[in-house]
Design a protein around this ligand. Structure first.
Ligand code: ZN
Length: 361
């Protein structure tokens, strides 16, 4: 089982504000461009939040396998099929080899330059030196492969002001079935990342602080992505809408969530004792508890209104107009402060009782 860890970083990237949610991974080579359908797209018309026909643009380093390429393309397409196809979306995937990473960076920066997003020289320098430039993502994968320690990092790094959803990923080694990771587990990660695009598609402001406030607390942003990915990969595998042929089956939804309850509580106890799950941020050592217990929180809220897809059926369509708290109350029938009090009580129940709210998948 690979480790997932997410961080969120706010930084100034030239004139753009970026933010990043990272997950996990390992290995790398040359340049391979898999999918590009928007050579003539215009950025003059703001199509933000509209369902699109064009599939995601996936760019993978040339040292990555067909299994990795196909896994990412399939994951983004299938998640879009069930949640709506939001874009334009660029998904950049690093491998482990320096030459391949540099070639991918060259392609990326040429694209930024041609679209008027960044100066190419600045873009190349950023990719080489920044904490979240391409080289940093390559190194995560390289270090994982060379150390044998499963670790990965991937995230949506903007960019509303460019009119796109831009993702960067370290080596998604689960699609190659290495370091104990599996293709189906990696598919959950791709769905998780894509759900962040869905979330952002419902927030229209160009102002970073406004966007941040509308997105809500860390537990909500990440818990939603975890819950939706864990649920919908299993639902689509069960229905045959998603076909994966590897022999490693996922844990059941309940087993997966029982693990999250334990790991979330342990993370708080060990790394930020006394902190309420609602106050956990990306910067805290227990940040992963926001993912684990946040996923339970979304399950709890969905159960409250007897709709496992309450986020997309109720919450997100109201978000931009009502704001986070307004959409929360309109969707779930209680204030967030009431929810926090109720959910604290839920968290101390025994796991058999807690698991009654979970789908049987
Ligand atoms: Zn995330």
């Amino acid at each position: 089982m690979s480790f997932l860890f997410n961080i969120r970083i706010i930084k100034i990237f030239f004139l753009s504000l970026l933010f990043i949610a990272s997950l996990c991974i390992v290995s790398c080579g040359e340049l391979d461009f898999l999918y590009d359908s928007d050579e003539d797209e215009s950025t003059s018309v703001d199509t933000w939040g509209q369902i699109m026909d064009e599939p995601a643009d996936v760019f993978v380093a040339a040292d990555l396998s067909d299994a990795v390429k196909n896994g990412i393309v399939t994951g983004l397409a299938k998640a879009a099929e069930v949640w709506g196809n939001y874009g334009p979306l660029e998904y950049w995937v690093l491998g482990t080899e320096v030459d391949a990473a540099n070639d991918l960076s060259e392609l990326y920066c040429e694209r930024r330059s041609q679209r008027g997003d960044l100066y190419k020289s600045n873009c190349l320098a950023h990719n080489q030196q920044s904490d979240h430039g391409f080289e940093s993502y390559r190194k995560v994968g390289y270090d994982a492969i060379t150390s044998g320690q499963a670790s990965s990092s991937m995230g949506r790094n903007g960019a509303r002001d460019w009119g796109i959803h831009r993702f960067t990923s370290s080596y998604p080694f689960g699609f190659d079935s290495v370091l104990g990771a599996t293709p189906k587990g990696e598919m959950i990660t791709v769905y998780h990342e894509y759900f962040h695009a869905v979330q952002h598609a419902f927030v229209f402001s160009l102002d970073f602080d406004e966007r941040d406030e509308l997105m809500g607390p860390t537990w909500f942003v990440e818990g939603a992505a975890v819950y939706m990915a864990e649920l919908f990969v299993r639902k689509m595998l069960a229905s045959g809408d998603l076909v994966m042929t590897d022999n490693n089956d996922l844990d059941t939804f309940k087993v997966s969530f029982e693990f999250k309850m334990d790991s979330g509580k342990q993370s708080i106890d060990n790394d930020c004792p006394g902190t309420s799950f609602k106050d956990i941020t990306y910067e805290l050592g227990c940040s992963y508890a926001a993912y684990d217990l946040g996923a339970w929180a979304i399950a709890y809220l969905s159960d409250l209104v007897a709709d496992e897809n309450a986020l997309l059926n109720r919450f997100y369509p109201k978000l931009n107009e009502l704001g986070w708290e307004g959409a929360f109350q309109a969707s779930f029938g209680i204030s967030s402060s009431q929810f926090y009090a109720d959910f604290d009580g839920f968290l101390i129940k025994d796991i058999e009782e807690q698991s009654l709210i979970l789908s049987d998948l």
